[in-house]
Design a protein around this ligand. Structure first.
Ligand code: 3H9
Length: 692
């Protein structure tokens, strides 16, 4: 095995190089080797300057996240960085690719920074529920000033090398090899003194207006309400200009340790790995290559078709929207152009919007559009007969090898696949509304889907900025099937005595932005009603309300009522009276339902359904289910998804409550799934099933 850190001597310059693929994470072993190599170089009388470089594409992705939560060995990163900075010989960082988190902090401890144009800088710790904990908040603030620093630290957004140069993060940009450039530079400045140490810089923090700073910070915090880490980031940047360096550093370290142990950070770290794990699909190894795709036809000019087209265009694909109606196509293209204008007005790049728009065309010529496509995505009404007819035509009109995808949200993909006559090419690509915004893509693998067709859908999703999660065929797949389990409980609770406002209040307390009743009114009660009707299902209360003509916000009345032009839900006594009558008919005596019972019944039945989904192999691992609920259904990120949350509560607690609820309500489906009961009895967890 190659040495994880090595030293090479060129003249009076020592090049200390990290080699820890894939991202040069700074785990304990690397820190120990770095410490040893740098010390040896500094102690060597023949060395006048040191270059700190890294092999591979990336300088460093930061601290090794896998080691968080384990006992720490070797020198800690803040200490190592402090010793580099205190060195009496110049240390020059040679930067390229990812310079993230602890990797960025390491570079800030060097005396000079040279980068090539591939370098991207970020302090993304906030996205893991953390703050930069190796001096990043203190040094970056001193280097570029509090307002620029707080933006980088609270958003976690990367900036490119050019911006880093203009902010003063980088001393020199060189389009050749940054290692070579750093060696040459180190030779030039080897004898120059004093050494610039960021911790000693005071220019940018000398005359800060704290009121102006708070105003800027508040803007960034507004988008992160309810999260702890962003507030800690702001507090720490503030320390950088209000307290001495050593105090600010100690406080940063204290906050970092506290956040690292929090459920909020554990949940976000889990999601980081969940996103990567979801791309590893069982049965799809690295030898399976996606089919080449450039031209994509989207069938259906509805809102969904338009949103899908926008996502694909931003991924660089040429998209043709096909519909029978010229008017529908014209209206959809206008709507799409309007959405791009709106996002440009909100700060997105207008040029990128125009480029994406130019990639979208439309036609009523079905045969021509699908005949030239490498991938076809059908996004028409949720009706099996219609979908089968379309796939029958696609089977003959498309080229061999064209991947055929249906955007169905619940229908049997195997049945649709058979209708095409070439089921190996067929799968589901279930986008979520609004499809240009929502990250989730459920990729539905049919029984006969070819591995390379599956790899194609995953790749197209990934390039289009989605989080593709592969699932198997069943009614509603993973997300909507669990949602249906929740809706059945919601409906039962409405009948038994809970009001929509009580249910929604409990969901908001849990961390949802909106409660499920308000969401149903927003989406339209008729939508769920029609889906259930098509599949022979019924929600006793909600469907009766929909049938009474109350369809939600669009009719001014649903589970709530709405004042004209106002989207705020207002509790409606008419709804109570309506449900009272339904309960009477059903022989149910209504009762107040305690808040904690409402909370449990909104979440535990979903967890139970998820356990059945895992038993059936519809989802490959619990973390895939978490990803689906976080990226497609607004499950609070800080809870890490339903399966992670289940582990946090403790499976025995959930099983005991489900047993009680099943007993009291007589509901068969509330009996704990065998997998859930088994895990609870054996002291296991869903996390164990993720294999990490
Ligand atoms: C930190 O630095 C704390 C400090 O402030 C203070 C410390 C005291 N650790 O994403 P990819 C793995 S917190 C461990 O597919 P890409 C990843 O899981 C850290 N593993 O590649 C995957 O493994 P696998 C702050 C990591 O090229 C493989 O590398 N830093 C780490 O698309 C490839 O990853 C961050 O938050 C890590 N830090 O993107 C950066 N990073 O093959 C997090 C990656 O087994 N990382 N892995 O699935 C990223 O944003 C992206 O991974 C990166 C590369 C841009 C680096």
């Amino acid at each position: 095995m190659a040495e994880p850190v090595s030293t090479e001597r060129i003249g009076n310059v020592a090049i200390v190089e990290i080699d820890n693929p894939p991202v040069n994470a700074l785990g304990s072993l690397i820190r120990q080797h770095l410490e040893d190599h740098v010390r040896a170089a500094l102690e060597d009388d023949g060395v006048d300057a040191v270059v700190l470089a890294a092999r591979g594409k990336h300088f460093s992705g930061g601290a090794d996240i896998r080691e968080f939560g384990q006992p720490s060995t070797g020198p800690d990163l803040p200490g190592l960085i402090a010793r580099l900075e205190a060195a009496d010989k110049p240390i020059v960082a040679a930067l390229k690719g990812t310079v993230f988190g602890g990797g960025f902090e390491l570079a800030l401890g060097c005396h000079y920074r040279i980068a090539d144009s591939s370098a991207r800088f970020a302090l993304p710790e906030v996205r893991l529920g953390l703050l930069p904990g190796a001096g990043g908040t203190q040094r970056l603030t001193r280097l570029i000033g509090p307002e620029a620093a707080v933006k980088l630290i609270v958003t976690g957004e990367p900036i490119d090398a050019r911006e880093a140069l203009s902010l003063g993060i980088v001393d020199r940009l060189d389009d050749g090899d940054p290692r070579e450039a750093a060696i040459a530079f180190a030779g030039e400045i080897a004898k120059t003194r004093p050494l610039p140490r960021v911790s000693e810089m005071t220019d940018r923090i000398a005359a800060v207006d704290p009121v102006a700073f708070d105003a800027v910070a508040e803007r960034f915090l507004a988008a992160n309400r309810g999260l702890t880490a962003p507030r800690a980031c702001v507090a720490s940047v503030r320390n950088a200009f209000t307290r001495p360096f050593a105090e600010g550093l100690a406080e940063e370290r204290r906050m970092f340790a506290e956040l690292r142990g929090s459920d909020e950070s554990r949940a976000q770290r889990h999601l980081f790995f969940a996103e990567r794990a979801a791309l590893k699909v069982p049965g799809l190894d690295a030898t399976v290559k996606p089919r080449p795709v450039q031209k994509i036809a989207v069938i259906g000019a509805g809102t969904m078709g338009g949103g899908i087209a926008m996502s694909l265009a931003s991924g660089g694909y040429d998209v043709t929207i096909v519909d029978q109606s010229d008017d529908a196509l014209t209206a959809r293209l206008q709507a799409i152009a309007g959405l791009y204008r709106k996002s440009a007005a909100r700060g997105a790049s207008a040029a990128e919007g125009e480029t994406a728009l130019a990639r979208i065309s439309s036609t009523t010529d079905f045969a021509a559009a699908v005949g030239g496509a490498d991938l076809v995505i059908e996004a028409v009404f949720e009706r099996m007969d219609l979908k089968k007819q379309i796939f029958g035509e696609l089977g003959t009109l498309t080229k061999p090898g064209t991947v055929l995808a249906t955007n169905t949200s619940s229908l049997d993909v195997n049945e649709i696949a058979e209708a095409s006559g070439r089921p190996g090419d067929v799968l589901g690509m279930h986008f979520f509304s609004p499809a240009n915004v929502m990250k989730l893509l459920e990729v539905v693998r049919g029984d006969k889907t070819d591995p390379d067709a599956l790899a194609t859908a995953i790749e197209v999703g990934r390039r289009s900025g989605k989080i593709p999660v592969t699932v198997g065929v069943c009614f509603g797949f993973v997300g909507n099937r669990m949602m249906a389990a929740r809706t059945r409980q919601l409906d039962a609770m409405l009948l038994e005595g809970a009001s929509p406002a009580e249910i929604d209040a409990e969901a908001r307390r849990f961390g949802n932005a909106m409660g499920p009743c308000a969401v149903s009114d927003l989406a339209g009660l008729d939508v769920g009603y029609l889906v259930r009707k098509e599949s022979g299902r019924r929600a006793y209360v909600i469907d009766a309300i929909a049938e009474s003509g109350r369809h939600g916000q669009k009719t001014g009345k649903g589970l709530y009522r709405y004042d004209p032009g106002d989207r705020r839900p207002i509790p409606d006594p008419e709804v109570d009276t309506f449900i009272d009558a339904l309960a009477l008919q059903a022989g149910v005596t209504r009762r107040p339902i305690p808040d904690d019972e409402i909370g449990e019944r909104l979440v535990y039945p979903m967890i139970n359904e998820a356990a059945r989904i895992l038993e059936e192999g519809i989802a490959a691992r619990p973390s895939d289910i978490d990803l689906i609920w976080i990226s497609g259904y607004g499950f609070p990120r800080t809870k890490g998804g339903p399966m992670f949350h289940a582990d946090t509560i403790g499976l025995p607690t959930i099983v005991a409550r489900l047993d009680e609820l099943a007993e009291r309500t007589g509901s068969e489906e509330l009996h704990p799934a065998p997998l859930l009961r088994r895990l609870a009895e054996q002291g296991g967890s869903f996390g164990d099933m993720n294999g990490s």
